[in-house]
Design a binder for this molecule. Structure first.
Ligand code: ZN
Length: 70
């Protein structure tokens, strides 16, 4: 059985975080804030657990390119 995750943005610091599908909250790995999945900005849905690290990495990279520095 494969777990699926959604990729969300932390409401406090804007970090890209994974939330387990079906969960109502997720913890930010950067600032530790507990976010409500319903209120967070969702980037992608139904990401297989094995693809979560690469998906997060690609979003972080894309966001870094759009940012002011780096
Ligand atoms: Zn955060």
């Amino acid at each position: 059985m494969q777990l699926e995750y959604s990729i969300n943005l932390c409401r406090k610091c804007g970090s890209v975080c994974a939330a387990r599908s079906g969960a109502s909250t997720f913890g930010c790995t950067t600032c530790g804030t507990r976010n409500s999945v319903a209120k967070a900005v969702r980037l992608v849905d139904s990401v297989p657990s094995k693809d979560v690290p690469s998906t997060i990495a690609s979003y972080k990279m894309a966001m870094a390119k759009c940012g002011k520095k780096q």
